[in-house]
Design a protein around this ligand. Structure first.
Ligand code: NDP
Length: 380
């Protein structure tokens, strides 16, 4: 028998109040199609906290958790992404012992030391094709499927920015690539968008919140510039009345280089400023609401600039695009392996057999606090 531990919850609430550490064992006699996997790393994303709070767009299936884990009451395991190693497989499974895998869809429940996975070949994506996980770290693999995938899809699926760049270059314009603008630019998604944008010849305007000192703010700006950000401004600069003129005159040649895509992670005033910054027929894609504030949909710009407002939700995109998901993950993994894509900073939280429940709960609870040096990553 394999001894295993999982964070579980049975009612919605704050992670520190409702999560508990559950111990169970996994039987060695497996029905066909099953893999037993061991966790190597799992990040704590904002959506994981929202799921525990009960405010997320999809609710966990508590009864399934009870069956799988043998908890006394219905329970679910939080966590959407992670890197696992295959420990054993039953008949009919193509995955091999030692393979590194990630969950194929959302809602897997990754905050656990081990998992028994039914229908394993469909439920898990094997990492890295023929080369396997050579040259990759578990932390890189564990953080590939949510943030970088979201950034990739949002830059490609709403506005043909690459096509716009190509067209502007072929007209001989000194364009330097199509622009997009984003707030929450230092988030995992934001950093991924900066890097993919640079790889694809796009230019980006990136908004971050001021740090507590000018030096720290400058360091954060420099960090994003090093990743490939074209322009980095603070939220104060972004909300300043002068920003519109700077956008026009300093960066977009009097507005002749349009800003056709805005990515909104934050909401509130910052989102309203993204709307103001978009060019005619531009699109704003909202994917997060970190400030927990709504923003006005002003009629004037919507009508006269014919703007488009979209929402992106990776979980649904995953369900509707399983083949494309696999390709996107593979492509990002190859970029990581080639040293062309850096994972976002993390704060590692070691999860050993003896790690106390409180340490694990605190790591989940801390996720929505702002101004962090990196998101929590359980390492096993
Ligand atoms: P990270 O944990 O990497 O970063 C969090 C970001 O939010 C930081 O930029 C942080 O800025 C900012 N932030 C935190 N609190 C506030 C606040 N009160 N006001 C303004 N900004 C704040 O996050 P992820 O990249 O993992 O996720 C970012 C957002 O994207 C989340 O809302 C997440 O749910 C969402 N998301 C949505 C997806 C979808 O499918 N729709 C997929 C992936 C992510 P600072 O450093 O200044 O605190």
């Amino acid at each position: 028998y394999t001894q295993a531990k999982a964070l579980v919850f049975s009612t919605f609430g704050e992670p520190r109040d409702v999560l508990r550490l559950h111990t169970h064992s996994i039987s060695p006699s497996l029905p066909p199609g099953v893999a037993v996997i061991r966790a190597l790393a799992a990040p704590v994303n904002p959506a994981d906290v929202n799921t525990v709070q009960g405010t997320y767009g999809s609710k966990p299936d508590f009864s399934r958790g009870q069956l799988a884990l043998g908890t006394a009451e219905p329970a679910a395991v939080p966590g959407n992404e992670g890197c696992f190693e295959v420990v054993s497989v039953s008949s009919g499974v193509k995955l091999r012992r030692g393979d590194w895998v990630i969950p194929a869809g959302s809602g897997f429940g990754t905050f656990r030391t081990h998992a028994l996975v039914e229908n394993a070949d469909a439920a898990l994506l094997r990492v890295g094709g023929d080369k396997g996980h050579e040259g990759l770290t578990a932390a890189q693999v564990a953080t590939v499927s949510v943030n970088p995938c979201s950034a990739w899809r949002m830059l490609r699926d709403y506005v043909d920015l690459i096509g716009l760049s190509v067209a502007s270059f072929s007209r001989g314009e000194d364009g330097g690539g199509a622009w997009f603008i984003q707030n929450g630019a230092n988030s995992g998604v934001g950093r991924a968008a900066v890097q993919l944008g640079r790889l694809w010849g796009l230019r980006s305007i990136n908004v971050v919140r001021e740090r507590s000192t000018a030096e720290e703010t400058a360091a954060l700006k420099a960090e994003l510039a090093a990743l490939g950000a074209t322009v980095v401004v603070t939220e104060a600069e972004f909300l300043d009345r002068a920003f519109g003129a700077r956008l026009r005159d300093e960066w977009t040649r009097g507005g002749r280089d349009p800003v056709m895509l805005g990515l909104n992670c934050v909401g509130g005033k910052s989102a309203a400023a993204v709307v103001r910054s978009l060019s005619a027929r531009g699109t704003m894609v909202t994917y997060g609401g970190m400030s927990r504030q709504s923003f006005p949909f002003p009629a004037g710009p919507q009508i006269f600039k014919r703007l488009r407002f979209e929402g992106f939700w990776l979980s649904e995109w995953n369900r509707e695009n399983t083949a494309e998901k696999r390709k996107t993950v593979d492509a990002i993994i190859e970029l990581m392996r080639d040293g062309k894509f850096q994972m976002a900073p993390v704060q590692e939280v070691r999860w050993d057999w003896d790690t106390e429940e409180q340490v694990l709960k605190d790591a989940v609870q801390g996720t929505l606090e702002g101004f962090r040096s990196g998101k929590g990553l359980f390492t096993f």
